[in-house]
Design a protein around this ligand. Structure first.
Ligand code: 6PG
Length: 463
């Protein structure tokens, strides 16, 4: 075969990725379970069709690729991946390499990487949706350095480029490291979206602003420190009109959020790692609450909606969002650091911030400075890095004002409030867990450590 690479699964993401690979000059062989999809894809590939080899069977696909072969899998996460690996087993050898580019659970990727598949296996997180896959995603690869070196030319060529020209593709570590980082990316995505939605809610319900006015505020923020893809699309979303009437589109959308599970995975994994990520957890919780539409309606009937108005100027809300965002990312990166230790992955924190600067859903201007801060401060707590410590210090009064006034007036701000709560706990040298320890020792003789170094582990609670 002549193809440089193969791809299995021509759904939205797979098709876009295949076009991207072909466009960057790599001949690619493609296969889809339903052959007509493969044929349609090829006939619609336009100028790129002569770099694409459509194949009808897996054996044909394998034959079409130059050895040693690399095949990207873009099929639904879970069982379909295992089935596909199984089907490829008789066809591939030890020099061949299969890359799962779906949104896999990283535990599955670790299991597959350590299983006795007769070929090499990598798991790779790809972010940026269809548009990203087609024109430049952010790529978080898991695998050995040798595997990465082999596929790096293709992956860096198809990835997005940051402003400084560097490709947003990198090796995160072995086993499920790539999919783990993609999972945390999605957790942060949930949190960024939730914090924006909370501020949107304050403007809509607290300040009775209409969608057009809210759009202007978001649009303005996109020229400042909050400049990001999610703020940009929030401005666009609030500006759009419903094609079936003349209401703002956003006002016609039911307030019930979908989720495919990666945010939930992040929250669950954070608990296993004992990594505090309350902003992300709050964002997952908020989606779960949003799903309980009937309960919320009954709640409002019984207790009433948030009654009081509150007034904030946009600059205060912008500062609150800046603080919330930094706190959220600090939590996300510290969770990555915790996983790095637990799984022995040496996850490259600054590199992670770097490859999130373009291509992915959470791309933002702030990630530039985060990459620098994480490189300079291997202690890894972003909030303690001088640049961000100063930003947080400056923005904190605004976050406090927004959270306390918002909550005071009955507006739920779970993500922002949890960010603030985490911050206050993390800058409290003398917390209240002495009380927890005293209670544990009282009812279960669990013992405690004393502040004065005296080795006595128990209190005078005995009969
Ligand atoms: C990305 C997105 C992508 C997908 C999410 C949506 O980075 O390109 O995160 O992976 O759009 O899975 O997740 P929910 O359906 O859970 O909101």
């Amino acid at each position: 075969g002549e193809a440089r690479i193969g791809l299995i699964g021509l759904g939205t993401m797979g098709a876009a990725l295949a076009m991207n690979i072909a466009e960057k000059g790599f001949p690619i062989a493609v296969w889809n379970r339903t052959s007509s999809v493969t044929q349609d894809f090829h006939s619609n590939a336009g100028d790129l069709a002569d770099r694409i080899v459509p194949t009808r069977t897996l054996a044909e696909l394998v034959d079409a690729i130059a050895a040693p072969r690399t095949i990207i899998l873009m099929v639904p996460a879970g069982q379909p991946v295992d089935e596909q690996l199984e089907a490829l087993s008789p066809l591939l050898g030890a020099d061949d390499l299969v890359i799962d580019a779906g949104n896999a659970d990283f535990h599955d990727t670790t299991r597959r990487a350590n299983s006795d598949l007769p070929f090499g296996f990598m798991g790779m997180g790809v972010s940026g949706g269809e548009e990203g896959a087609r024109h430049g995603p952010s790529i978080m690869a898991g695998g050995t350095p040798e595997q990465w070196d082999r596929v790096a030319p293709v992956l860096t060529a198809i990835a997005a480029n940051a402003e400084d020209g560097t490709a947003c593709a990198a090796r995160m570590g072995v086993e499920g490291a790539g999919h783990f980082v993609k999972m945390v990316h999605n957790g942060i995505e949930y949190a960024d979206m939730q914090m924006i939605a909370e501020i949107y809610g304050l403007m809509r319900d607290g300040m009775t602003m209409d969608a057009a006015a809210i759009s202007k505020v978001f649009d303005g923020w996109n020229d400042g420190p909050l400049q990001s893809y999610l703020i940009e699309i929030s401005a666009k979303v609030t500006a759009a009109k419903d094609p079936h009437g003349d209401m703002p589109m956003v006002d016609m959308i039911l307030d019930r959020a979908g989720q495919k599970g990666t945010g939930r995975w992040t929250a669950i994994e954070a608990q296993h790692l004992a990594a505090p990520i309350p902003v992300i957890e709050a964002a997952v919780m908020a989606r779960n609450v949003s799903a309980r539409l009937e309960d919320r309606r009954a709640g409002e009937d019984r207790f009433g909606a948030a009654p009081e108005l509150c007034e904030f100027d946009p600059a205060t809300m912008e500062q609150a969002l800046i603080a919330g965002k930094i706190l959220c990312y600090a939590q996300g990166f510290s969770m990555i650091a915790a996983a790095s230790d637990k799984f022995d992955w040496s996850l490259p924190l600054p590199e992670i911030a770097r490859i999130w600067r373009a291509g992915c859903i959470i791309r933002s201007a702030m990630l530039n400075d985060m990459a620098d801060a994480l490189a300079d401060h291997p202690d890894r707590n972003l909030v303690m890095a001088p640049h961000f410590a100063e930003l947080v210090e400056a923005a904190l009064p605004a976050l406090r004002q927004v959270v306390s006034q918002g909550l005071g007036a009955g507006h739920a701000l779970p993500a922002l409030a949890n960010g603030l709560m985490w911050f206050d706990m993390m800058r409290t040298a003398r917390g209240t867990a002495n009380m927890i320890q005293a209670q544990r020792d009282f009812f279960g003789a669990h013992g405690f450590e004393r502040t004065d170094g005296n080795p006595d582990k128990h209190g005078p609670w005995g009969a």
